[in-house]
Design a protein around this ligand. Sequence first.
Ligand SMILES: [Cu+2]
Length: 132
Amino acid sequence: MNRKATMLAAGVAAILATAVLALAAGQQAAYAANVNIDIVSGASTKTNDAFSPNPGQAHVGDTVVWTNKDGAIHTVESGANGTPDGKFGVKPDKSPELIPPGKTLEFKPTEAGDFKYFCSLHPAMVGELKVS
Ligand SMILES: [Cu+2]
């Protein structure tokens, strides 16, 4: 093969490799879903009805998105009040992520299980995320 033909072959191989990677990524995206959970209006005065749906249902690899539809700041911290487990809803320093009105918090579960969570500002607000 001359130099031009070699470069052409390398170019075609690179395009094919990119196409295969894109296909694989597309298939992964087809299985992973967004799971939406609302922090409902008036959540501050609610308990296990502060989050909807509750319990939430997700699969490993999904993106769980909590949206604050209330007018007050809330948090979605994994574990229970007094015994947080730091699996989601916390910053690297383990302090809770604040979710202002209209904002979201995301969590991508990497393992199955039942994850309890609460709002650290209004600890009566409790929820559960079931991951299969
Ligand atoms: Cu709250």
